[in-house]
Design a protein around this ligand. Structure first.
Ligand SMILES: Cc1cc2nc3c(=O)[nH]c(=O)nc-3n(C[C@H](O)[C@H](O)[C@H](O)COP(=O)(O)OP(=O)(O)OC[C@H]3O[C@@H](n4cnc5c(N)ncnc54)[C@H](O)[C@@H]3O)c2cc1C
Length: 492
């Protein structure tokens, strides 16, 4: 404790299980005297902005929107967050309706609602985008608002779906306490555009809300927002993304393969990260694992009825019997019909496969599935395995959903992964479709220095939906950067 003569401050913790004996590596600072107070927080103070501070509209309360709002407060801007979905607590009921009654509410689901797509997730907090902002600041902010301090030291930090809602609620309460606003069930449906100047937005109830700047952080699933921008003549661009399936194994199989021992004992549920270069009809595309969830669940992540989309989440202890991961192939612009659909081509490609997945499995939230060994032989499975996917699975020939090219790419990838992890590519696993919301199929362009849309003044495209983030931490960092960019513009 502070004040005692000797103090050990853990800086990093990682597990190395490559050898016969697993090693836990720790890096720590030892203080002979009182350690510096900044080790303990609180690190962030939000000045009150109730009075005449410049107003900033933030559309979307995902990680990008919430972190933009908190940074706005620090910079003396009043954030007004508009979120189409419900608060984290109420949102739970809508998730239960998807899982139990097969009903998808287009405003409140696994992607939409307070905390955005990151709330009911694994809460993995590692990112490769370390140059795009201050990862440590994002993690400290999460800790200050209730996340476990372990995330500051773990090499692969994660929070878990059971712990995330309380953290998200605390972030919202901090925004409101400092004079910001957070309005739920407030869907933006139009823009107040005046000669390429964005003055504000219009909501589904018809209310017009004006502000000095608008940070658009609506995520990769807000198709109506992309369509709105296109309809109103705001420049957007088609963008490559990735699409495939989720594969589910018994966690035990992955543990045994990765730790090379019969029991994992005290070690955490093992994970993997796989990549393979495929070639089909002369075209090369990467196939890779995406958002691996050890000890987790496959979840229904569609945002509208009539489509089936899967994703994964894990509780903080990662203690379910299942391991799941997206296995996806890159989709390039040349794979889409840009001629017919212009910048919305990727969105159409994605939507078509999601709708096929829904039809193939009977038109509900049940998902199409095939045993992995059968998929490799292009043989329809006569039965399926037990699954963590609550709405249920229906055996289909996955080629009918994915099409021959994508299916062949995934087959090449799976064969390679089977060589890397014993038992991986067999009928001990099943694939579930479709993993289609890996990143935005559209980019909303912005100037690299001012972060403003190149044509529309007052518009700051932000986070994953605009094409500048992929994951909770990078979206949060992008939110902070956009708030800083708005501050710089408003000060001018
Ligand atoms: C099931 C699942 C598990 C995941 N697991 C992880 C993980 O473990 N680690 C990780 O790093 N990433 C994970 N991700 C991805 C991560 O959640 C996203 O990368 C991240 O949330 C993107 O943040 P964002 O703020 O840019 O967008 P989002 O989180 O998508 O937030 C956008 C928000 O905008 C709102 N919105 C949309 N349209 C409108 C409108 N018209 N008006 C008002 N509001 C609107 C939405 O309701 C939503 O709340 C997961 C995603 C899912 C779905």
């Amino acid at each position: 404790m502070p004040g005692e003569a000797d103090f050990v401050h853990l800086r990093r913790r990682s597990i190395d299980a490559r050898g016969r004996q697993a090693l836990v590596r720790l890096r720590a600072d030892i203080y002979r005297e009182t350690p510096p107070s900044e080790l303990f927080g609180p690190w962030f103070v939000y000045p009150n902005v109730k009075t005449n501070n410049p107003r900033v509209l933030i559309i979307g309360a995902g990680p990008a929107g919430l972190f933009a709002a908190l940074r706005c407060l620090e910079l003396g801007l009043k954030p007004i967050v508009l979120e189409r979905g419900r608060d984290v607590r109420t949102r739970r009921r809508d998730l239960a309706a998807i899982n139990k009654d097969q009903i998808v509410n287009p405003d409140s689901n696994y992607c939409f609602g307070e905390g955005g797509a990151g709330t009911y997730s694994d809460g993995k907090l590692y990112t490769r985008a370390t140059k795009r902002g201050d990862v440590g600041r994002v993690l400290r902010r999460l800790v200050q608002h209730g996340a476990t301090p372990d995330i500051l030291v773990d090499a692969h930090p994660h929070i878990g779906t059971n712990k995330l809602p309380a953290v998200v609620q605390a972030l919202r309460e901090a925004i409101i306490e400092a004079g910001g606003e957070v309005r739920f069930e407030t869907r933006v449906t139009d823009l107040l555009l005046d000669n390429n100047q964005l003055r504000g937005v219009v909501t589904a109830s018809g209310e017009a809300i004006e502000a000095e700047a608008t940070i658009l952080a609506t995520g990769h699933s807000a198709r109506d927002i992309y369509e709105l921008l296109h309809r109103r003549g705001v420049l957007i661009e088609a963008k490559p993304f990735a699409l495939g399936v989720r594969v589910e194994h018994q966690q035990e199989l992955i543990d045994q393969a990765q730790y090379r021992r019969a029991e994992r004992g005290l070690l955490p549920a093992a994970s993997y990260s796989l990549v393979h270069q495929t070639e089909v009809r002369g075209e090369q595309r990467g196939v890779f694992s995406f958002c691996m969830c050890p000890g987790g669940f496959i979840v229904p992540a569609a945002t509208a009825p009539g489509e089936v989309v899967v994703n994964g989440m894990s509780p903080s202890r990662r203690d379910s019997r299942f391991a799941n991961s997206g296995i996806v192939a890159a989709v390039e612009l040349s794979d889409m019909d840009v001629k017919q659909h212009g910048p919305l081509a990727g969105l159409h490609f994605q939507q078509q496969i999601e709708q096929l997945a829904c039809q193939a499995a009977g038109g509900t939230q049940q998902a199409p599935a095939q045993l992995l060994g059968d998929f490799l032989k292009d043989k329809t499975s006569t039965s399926l395995l037990e699954t963590s996917y609550q709405p249920g699975l229906v055996s289909v020939r996955m080629d009918d959903v994915l099409g021959p090219v994508l299916a062949e790419r995934l087959r090449q990838g799976f064969r390679d992964f089977g060589r890397k992890i014993p038992g991986y590519a067999t009928n001990a696993a099943q694939i579930v479709g479709v993993e289609s919301r890996t990143s935005a199929p559209i980019r909303i362009p912005r100037d690299k220095d001012t972060l403003r849309h190149p044509v529309v003044a007052g518009l700051y495209p932000c986070g994953e939906g605009a094409g500048y983030a992929g994951g909770i931490v990078s979206a949060a960092m992008d939110g902070e950067r956009c708030a800083e960019a708005v501050r710089a513009a408003v000060s001018r």
